[in-house]
Design a protein around this ligand. Structure first.
Ligand code: GLP
Length: 249
């Protein structure tokens, strides 16, 4: 039953309950949710109120709506802890998901002008551009444009990186151990070319990520621009307070 005394609107209360059902696993991913009429009956509210609650949850990524077929529980997002430097392969394998990489480009070029700052003071004359579609259990999850320092990573060019881990190949072939990275995230509407490759609609939200990665010697070897599907991927951080609570001396 909904709480009629609080100021929380009915649609928000319904959204809270449905969200809890998804989070607790009462409603499972890909399961169809009850029809609107049933939800109206159950919560004793109008169709407009139920629709608003559902729209909210679609927006948040808990539910997906397919025209003519109904509303379903969305696939869970892949969560990533942001204090650890991991590769896509490690990230997926840790969750029991099969990682994949489809090669779209692998070529040597002069660094685009906007890249000079990324490699900081280290002058880089040539870079290797590696453009890959990253798959999770064969489904597109991210698109990565990695620019690698040719000086440090040239031996990679003899490798077949199809479905392979770039970081594992760097350790194996180039003696470059990814050791530290600086990463920045922004939410953007997916541009059309990237949307086509990711199998989503243009304008759908994606996480646009920049990463500069440093080797064990502190040298920047990689600058990556990636697009992660916003409906499939989220980041999780553990936060420590900088102060000590009073009484804890
Ligand atoms: C993550 C990072 C990329 C990095 C990639 C390497 O996705 N965002 O910057 O290039 O991992 O992953 P893998 O070793 O699986 O190719």
């Amino acid at each position: 039953m909904l709480d009629k005394k609080t100021r929380v609107p009915f649609y928000a209360q319904i959204a809270d309950r449905i969200r809890a059902k998804v989070q607790n696993g009462d409603w499972l991913p890909r399961e169809q949710i009850p029809p609107e009429a049933e939800l109206c009956e159950h919560y004793q509210v109008s169709r407009i109120t139920v629709r608003r609650a559902i729209a909210e949850l679609v927006q948040e990524g808990y539910l997906v709506r397919f025209a003519g077929r109904g509303t379903f529980v969305a696939e869970p997002r892949f969560e990533h802890r942001i204090s650890h430097l991991t590769s896509f392969t490690q990230d997926m394998e840790a969750r029991g998901i099969r990682p994949g990489a489809r090669m779209l480009k692998f070529e040597v070029l002069a660094p685009p002008p906007n890249l000079h700052w990324a490699f900081a003071l280290h002058e880089v004359k040539r870079v290797i551009l590696l453009r890959r579609l990253r798959l999770a259990d064969d489904e597109p999850l991210a698109l990565e444009n990695s620019y690698l320092s040719w000086d440090l990573c040239a031996s990679l060019l003899q490798e077949d990186l199809h479905d392979d881990s770039l970081y594992a190949a760097l350790i194996r072939k180039c003696n470059v151990i990814p050791s530290r990275a600086i990463q920045q995230w922004t939410a953007i509407a997916c541009p059309s070319e990237e949307a086509r490759l990711l199998g989503i609609s243009r304008g759908q939200p994606v996480l646009h990520i920049y990463r500069t990665t440093f080797s064990q010697d502190g040298l920047p070897f990689e600058w990556v621009e990636s697009y992660y599907r916003g409906d499939k991927y989220s980041f999780q951080a553990e936060l420590q307070a900088e102060y000590q609570p009073a009484g804890n001396s």
